[in-house]
Ligand binder design. Sequence first.
Ligand code: GRF
Length: 203
Amino acid sequence: MKRLVVMASGNGSNLQAIIDACAEGRIPAVVTAVVSDNSDAFALRRADAAGIPAVHIGRRPGESRADYDARLADLVSGFDPDWVVLAGWMRLLTMNFLGWFPGMVVNLHPALPGELPGTHAIERAFDESRSGTRTSSGVMVHLVADEGVDDGPVLATAAVPILATDTVDDFETRMHTAEHALLVSVLHALCSQIHPITHGATA
Ligand code: GRF
């Protein structure tokens, strides 16, 4: 069984999809820890409920990003992950973290490659649809090789339509459903070692 450390800042619905898939044998892995930068993250409560170590690590007043990331890397590496999964992790990571886990960090982003990096990608896609410049968006899972924002070798994508009748909540629900399915499918492949991209791949 592979070992996953999941990093999440908020609600953790993607974390829940991973926990459920591991429990049901759809991902051949165990979640060895859930790490959050936000002490109020519901993701930590989901981890607790599943009996998974849930660790809050906040940035100390005056602490540099580099020092925080080094502390974070130390914490995560202590759980000996095969894969580090960013599932709604809302803090940019420097090489002080990423350098410890080459080819091992997987990120989920609610947009297609090269589109809408950063926060509020779902709302921005919806706004673009209403101003007539977009009829669909999508979700992607990619490796995080460096400090580029929502950028890196793409593992999988799924297109998601924006319907004329959608409210932003309708569209968001459809996007999250697509995210849960895509992330579980990628982790299944990575943990089963049937995916062409393996640890260390950067292209
Ligand atoms: C997801 O849309 C993810 O792509 C984005 O933040 C959201 C997290 O949702 N980075 P949840 O916390 O997994 O419910």
